[in-house]
Design a protein around this ligand. Structure first.
Ligand SMILES: Cc1ncc(COP(=O)(O)O)c(C=O)c1O
Length: 475
């Protein structure tokens, strides 16, 4: 009985048939969303109702409808009305590479368990290092997400910068990092995992435009030193999540150099601008960073999760999880570029590198320029429309495709306006025609969009604002 069930699981003809059906279904889904044939970006369902649906489906649902039900009951990232979180509408070809990875299941911890994805990972990370402006001593790897990549980079920073074997022996010394108060929360999380505590996270206040106030660095550093905190790293946000504003990386690089700190850049969102001749100036100073994180699943059209962690010195890729007291590696270990598990937090990982390589091979580097440049342009375009509209106020002129704005009722108190914007956003979610998100900045409740779909246009932006005005009259 067991064998016949297992034979059913591995029935290649059933896979072929279902696979063809699925590709047809997904292509129809794509066409429907990209061409906006159906109106909504989401069909909102309360969590409890959704749970009941799936509990019932497991018992009584028609298995022929399984894939279509899953697809239908999601947020439609490929719809031009999806302008919410920083999640990319995947390039369809990377859904195919995702399928290759899932089926072949080459985990890559050791070269023998993934020859092509391991070598491909080297090719891809070399391309990225070159684009950053690093020399041939650089190198990197691909790991599961920006959160993990930032943690990994900070662990490397500690290993390289602190003259003690903390990895093996722990530490009682109070260590610290410097980071903008607007940085993504995963940096805080990484610092706490590393045992730095709240006191070890030196938050640098931001300027009125939400960028790290680099004029305060010297004082903040001295203050921390006086408290006995040994700062070993500084992190630049490129950009920060809530507002999409880029820190002045060159200033941070200069400061890091003057204090001999590890300089890390969280470029999870905007690091991809290394491919954009128009916008790469936002990353000025990136080539001086010791490490850089770039997410493929944010601004590079790849499925989640896939993140590149690039180091100015490729030797540093091997030190983070080294079980040895001394991080300086022997020649043979340095050459051991192909056993990815030594360098990453993960043991087994998916064949992520093939998404990057496939896009490069099929469309060339220009595809990343086309995507990033167009979306950053759209961010600027949306900001202009908001600024011209009397009922809206923008939080800050955007530097990227992230735009924060609010509906304004001039006669209402700040508290009432905050409540109104929160209610508008909830009404938008339930309505489902557009999907946008929200954030709070210095006590003000803002609506927040990230333009992720290259087919979102000025008309969609205007329709969104019209819709908000109508909702504001009713909420
Ligand atoms: C600046 C920044 N860093 C890191 C992250 C976390 O990345 P991931 O979701 O890939 O773990 C995000 C996610 O939004 C981000 O915006």
């Amino acid at each position: 009985m067991h064998t016949s069930l297992l034979k059913q699981v591995y029935d290649t003809e059933a896979f072929r048939k279902k696979g063809h059906e699925l590709i047809d279904q997904l292509a129809d889904h794509l066409e429907d969303k990209l061409q906006q044939k159906s109106g909504n970006a989401i069909h909102w369902n309360e969590p409890e109702k959704e749970l009941t649906f799936w509990e019932t489906f497991l018992e009584k649902g028609d298995k022929n409808e399984l894939f279509s039900e899953i697809t239908k009951r999601t947020t439609y990232i490929h719809h031009p009305h999806y302008i919410g979180h920083q999640v990319t509408p995947t390039a369809p070809m990377t859904a195919l590479t995702g399928m290759i990875s899932s089926l072949l299941n080459n985990g890559m911890a050791v070269y023998e368990m993934g020859m092509s994805p391991s070598a491909i990972e080297r090719v891809v990370t070399d391309v990225l290092c070159k684009k950053i402006g690093y020399d041939t001593n650089s190198g990197g790897f691909i790991t599961s997400g920006g959160t993990l990549a930032n943690l990994t980079a900070l662990l490397t920073a500690r290993k390289v910068s602190i003259d003690a074997d903390i990895w093996n022996q722990g530490s009682t010394q109070q260590l610290g990092i410097m980071v903008s108060e607007q940085a993504h929360y995963c940096v805080d999380r990484a610092a706490k995992i590393m045992g730095l505590g709240e006191q070890g996270i030196i938050k640098i206040p931001t300027t009125t435009d939400f960028r790290m106030n680099t004029a305060l660095l010297e004082d903040k550093y001295t203050e921390a030193q006086q408290k006995g905190i040994h700062i070993f790293a500084i992190i630049g946000s490129a950009p920060s999540t809530a507002t999409g504003m880029f820190d002045d990386l060159q200033k941070i690089a200069d400061f890091a150099k003057s204090k001999k700190l590890w300089f890390h850049i969280d470029g999870a969102h905007g690091g991809a601008a290394i491919f954009s001749p128009k916008y790469k100036t936002l990353l000025k100073g990136i080539d001086e960073a010791d490490s850089v994180v770039i997410d493929g699943h944010k601004m590079m059209m790849m499925p989640a999760l896939t993140t590149a962690l690039l180091y100015k010195k490729s030797a540093h890729t091997n030190v983070t999880f080294s079980q040895k007291a001394d991080y300086l590696l022997s020649e043979s270990e340095l050459e051991d570029w192909c056993n990815s598990g030594k360098k990453t937090f993960e043991c087994t990982k998916t064949m992520m590198s093939i998404h990057w390589f496939t896009l490069l091979k099929l469309y060339g580097e220009d595809v990343f320029d086309a995507y990033v440049t167009h979306l950053f342009d759209l961010g600027a375009q949306f900001a202009k429309i908001i600024k011209r509209h009397s009922k809206f106020e923008i939080a800050v002129t955007p530097m990227s495709n992230i735009v924060c704005f609010k509906y304004v009722d001039k006669h209402a108190s700040l508290e009432a306006q905050n409540k109104q914007n929160e209610t508008i956003r909830q009404a938008l979610l339930v309505d489902g025609e557009f999907y946008i998100v929200q954030t709070k900045l210095r006590g003000v409740h803002y609506l927040r969009v990230t333009v992720m779909n290259p087919f979102t246009t000025e008309v969609h932006f205007k329709n969104l604002l019209d819709k908000i005005c109508k909702l504001a009259d009713t909420v």
